[in-house]
Design a protein around this ligand. Structure first.
Ligand SMILES: *Cc1c(COP(=O)(O)O)cnc(C)c1O
Length: 342
């Protein structure tokens, strides 16, 4: 049985002009472009070949194992559209987690099965395995958003051994984590898909570039259903440049990690804070006495946090800012405690 919808086997993917010919030194009269040279008069490379070469080298995979999307959100959408029949398809997820899995499933008229994380934010394996038996896709986010923790390696291995559908491991925050990427296990688990993004550690959220890594058979299907020019040429160029200059990114990650450490300790000192959960990402999940009250107070002072108290009782999600931003946050929480007589 194949993982994707049977009608896609017959799909004749659109072959764009630049699929067939990418040599830009030739005289290109094939794509009805404007002939007058400017930075953007040509269509982008639909297969992002240059970008994939560099990524393949850095990630130690083959270019055929890489899909590049308009953000990893596009990869999530395409995976659902490839694997799940509208009306009868199903995905599994483990709440609380990234909201887009559910949203994109709903948009595609695909059912969502939830096997909630345990109280220490780990997989409830027996429940997940039994509930996901007839799911085409299982979404696991590690480090998980909004809880910030890595999912235990042994549990994910067990899931990958027993699951029938594809297992999608979303590693949007992996660059901030102490654990290794699941990309290293692609050859061991043929139904594994790993998602990464340039939106977080790389600081390129505005460019909308995300990646999926999987076996070539899976990548091929995603490529056949994606919009031909899904990643624009400016984004391809900027991401290439970022990949060739890894030092700046590394410096920023180290600063974020030291700020994460500092902020964790400082927040724990406040009486309005109950606990700060350990984080493997660039945000902190912080349980407060009155989360929504603190959230509104800070909002009035011009500081925007993410109120997650509907998902996890009295919890705010705080992105790690610059040292100055974090200082301001701390001083405003200090002021909040004075104003509300803590
Ligand atoms: C931010 C985030 C993404 C979004 O990635 P884009 O590449 O910007 O679409 C994906 N997954 C998780 C868990 C995220 O938190």
């Amino acid at each position: 049985m194949s993982w994707y919808r049977p009608h896609l086997k017959q799909l004749q993917a659109y072959s764009a002009a630049r699929h067939e010919f990418s040599d830009t030194s030739a005289i290109l009269l094939d794509a009805n472009e404007n002939p007058f040279d400017s930075a953007f008069n040509r269509y982008p490379d639909p297969m992002q070949r240059e970008l994939k070469e560099v990524l393949a080298q850095q990630k130690q995979v083959r270019t055929e194992q890489i899909f590049i999307g308009n953000g990893s959100d596009e990869a999530i959408d395409l995976l659902i559209r490839a694997a799940c029949e509208p009306g009868s398809g199903k995905i599994a997820l483990c709440s609380p987690t990234y909201g887009m899995y559910q949203v994109l499933a709903q948009i595609n008229n695909v059912a969502v099965v939830d096997a909630p994380l345990t109280s220490d934010f780990q997989l409830d394996l027996p429940k997940l395995l039994s509930k996901s038996l007839d799911c085409e896709l299982i979404f696991i986010c590690s480090p998980n958003n909004p809880t910030g923790n890595l999912i235990a390696t042994e549990d994910l291995s067990t899931l990958l051994e027993k699951a029938r559908g594809l297992v999608v491991v979303d590693e949007a925050y992996i660059d901030f984590a102490s654990g290794d990427s699941w990309i290293n296990f692609l050859d061991q688990y043929p139904q594994l898909v790993v998602l990464q993004t340039f939106s977080k550690a790389y600081g390129l959220a505005g460019l909308r570039v995300g990646t999926a890594y999987a076996q070539p058979e899976i990548i091929e299907v995603l490529n056949s259903i994606k919009p031909p020019y899904n990643v624009n040429s400016y984004s391809q160029k900027q991401v290439l440049e970022a990949l060739r200059n890894p030092l700046e990114k590394q410096r920023q990650i180290e600063l974020v990690l030291s700020e994460r450490n500092r902020l964790t300790k400082a927040l724990q000192e406040f009486s309005c804070v109950q606990q700060v959960f350990p984080s493997e990402a660039n945000f902190l999940l912080c349980q407060c006495n009155k989360a929504t009250e603190l959230y509104r107070y800070l909002l009035k002072k011009g500081i925007v946090l993410r109120d997650r108290s509907k998902v996890i009782s009295n919890c705010l999600r705080i992105s790690i800012g610059t040292p100055q931003q974090n200082d301001l946050l701390l001083s405003q929480i200090n002021q909040y405690e004075k104003d509300t007589l803590y």
